[in-house]
Design a protein around this ligand. Structure first.
Ligand code: KG4
Ligand code: ZN
Length: 361
């Protein structure tokens, strides 16, 4: 159980590590288009963190170009590392955690390569981390920490999942997307509306100026049993409206209304599915994580409609970052190995994870 500190220690998660000596874990995230580096101390919490977003590099192409992403991670990682070590007031960490997947293999190899090289040089243990487990534990960076068990709505650019979390590495997938991920649906719809990449934040901003009742877009899957999602029908409905408006020459006038109505349909779907899943497993706590978890309407709507408690990381820790990888690595120190083999796994099921070695013993 992740328990909150009674007040005698600085960090709410400190009880989790009991009286073990403090460990400072360096986290390295390079699975997609953000270079993230952070140092997390198991006693004091986050000591330092820095992030470089490649958004401007990929915007020209309307999406992430894997080779460009990998090359930019090469350029950014070392300066970020130096900055974060300085911020943290340390010359080297006690352990290193890096994102080993799922993600773009070339990009993952860059972070994994640096992590393994540093672990060899510093002779310290190394933990390969599952990117989505990183998102899952990001709420531990906040003061208000969820206890197990909880239901997690993991919504990012590549994944939409509802996961029943009994403990670290004890995951049951209740539902996932049958086609596009929620973030992907935001990005593709934003593109249709002529907004830049990444589309999620831009579409959410535009939506604040529109009328969310202007279009009655479908709420996919809400009337079906189970906890799966599907966003392709919604995307097609939006595409047809955009075409209609283009032909009528009214797109500029209705763009914000389309954005607001689309966002409302996605939020209704995500929240509706989450409420159904929470009921089916009797969840009293829900965690929202992943990039789409930064969506204000989603956070507000779920908090209003769910009877239990809703937890989410602050905005900067919803999207990809090094801090969540450092925390996941700290929780999985028992799985640490010696440096030498870079792990980079493009597709990797969250359910295949096991509890850390020590907890399983
Ligand atoms: O977790 P993340 O940073 O990267 C992946 O692991 O995919 O998620 C990125 C996704 C993108 O699709 C982006 O458009 C979406 O999260 N996103 C948002 C918002 N902020 C980021 N979607 C909706 N509303 C937002 N405010
Ligand atoms: Zn992510």
């Amino acid at each position: 159980m992740i328990a909150a500190c009674a007040g005698h220690c600085k960090a709410p998660w400190a009880d989790f590590w009991h009286d073990a000596p403090p460990v400072r874990v360096l986290g390295i995230e390079t699975s997609c288009d953000e270079t993230g580096v952070a140092v997390f101390d198991t006693r004091q919490g986050l000591l330092g963190q820095a992030l470089h977003s490649q958004v401007n590099l990929h915007a020209l192409y309307g999406g992430v170009v894997p080779e460009i992403a990998a090359r930019d991670h090469v350029r950014r990682l070392l300066p970020l590392l130096v900055e974060v070590l300085q911020q943290s007031g340390i010359s080297r960490p006690d352990a290193i955690a890096y994102t080993a997947g799922p993600g773009l293999v070339g990009a993952l190899m860059v972070g994994g390569g640096l992590a393994n090289g540093l672990a060899l040089a510093w002779d310290c243990p190394i933990v390969p981390v599952h990117h989505m487990e990183g998102h899952l534990v990001a709420p531990l960076l906040e003061d208000d920490v969820p206890e197990y068990p909880f239901l997690a709505l993991l919504v990012s650019g590549g994944h939409s999942m509802l996961v029943s979390v009994q403990g670290l590495g004890r995951y049951t997938l209740l539902g996932s997307t049958l086609d596009d991920a929620a973030g992907e649906a935001f990005d593709k719809t934003a593109k249709l509306l002529g907004l830049g990449y990444p589309g999620g934040p831009a579409l959410a901003r535009l939506a604040t100026q529109g009328d969310e009742t202007a279009y009655d877009f479908p709420r996919p899957m809400l009337n079906r049993p189970g906890a799966d999602f599907s966003f392709s029908g919604l995307k097609t409905a939006v595409m047809l409206e955009v075409r209609r408006a283009e032909e009528a020459g009214t797109l500029d006038a209705v763009r914000a209304d389309i954005a607001a109505s689309f966002q409302r349909a996605v939020v209704d779907t995500l929240v509706g599915r989450t409420l159904q899943a929470a009921k089916s497993v009797g969840a009293e706590r829900v965690v929202i994580a992943g990039g789409v978890g930064a969506n204000a309407l989603l956070r507000q709507d779920l908090a209003e409609r769910f009877r239990g408690r809703v937890y989410y990381p602050r905005l900067e820790f919803c999207t990809d970052n090094g801090a969540m990888i450092a925390v996941a690595g700290a929780l999985r120190l028992a799985d640490a190995a010696s440096a030498g083999a870079i792990r980079a796994t493009a597709r990797w099921s969250l359910e295949s994870l096991q509890p850390p070695a020590i907890a399983a013993a």
